[in-house]
Design a protein around this ligand. Structure first.
Ligand SMILES: [Zn+2]
Length: 125
């Protein structure tokens, strides 16, 4: 889980982090922990690089300002289990489907693309 640390007088604009190729998975977008951290630290931009995919969450005036971290992590896990349970789609696509649910619920704009290309707006509240 990301735990950005900054002083009170500093203004955090956003974060960038990577997802290692755990178990060979490429293209893993935001985790439930990432959503909780991005929302609760009120990042304006949160970027994740997961090998062959880059994704960005962008806050706006409609976005959630505070969430229960455990609730969003539980919801993310439940959604992942639902989308991946029958293994009809690759894990990274199940993770993306979970992200679609969470960015919609929390009104975060979402961009996705490849590291060597442009990011495409996928959702704008
Ligand atoms: Zn992450």
């Amino acid at each position: 889980m990301l735990k950005p640390q900054f002083d009170r007088e500093q203004k955090i604009v956003g974060t960038f982090h990577t997802h290692p190729y755990k178990e060979g998975w490429l293209g893993i977008t935001f985790s439930g922990e990432d959503f909780a951290s991005a929302i609760n630290t009120q990042e304006n931009v949160s970027v994740v690089h997961g090998g062959n995919r880059i994704a960005a969450l962008v806050r706006n005036e409609k976005s959630s300002k505070l969430v229960d971290g455990y609730d969003i992590i539980d919801l993310a896990d439940a959604l992942l289990r639902r989308y991946y349970s029958k293994k009809l789609i690759p894990f990274e696509e199940a993770a993306l489907q979970m992200n679609i649910n969470l960015w919609t619920i929390h009104e975060l704009a979402f961009y996705v693309g490849a590291p060597d290309g442009q990011l495409t707006l996928r959702y704008k509240p």
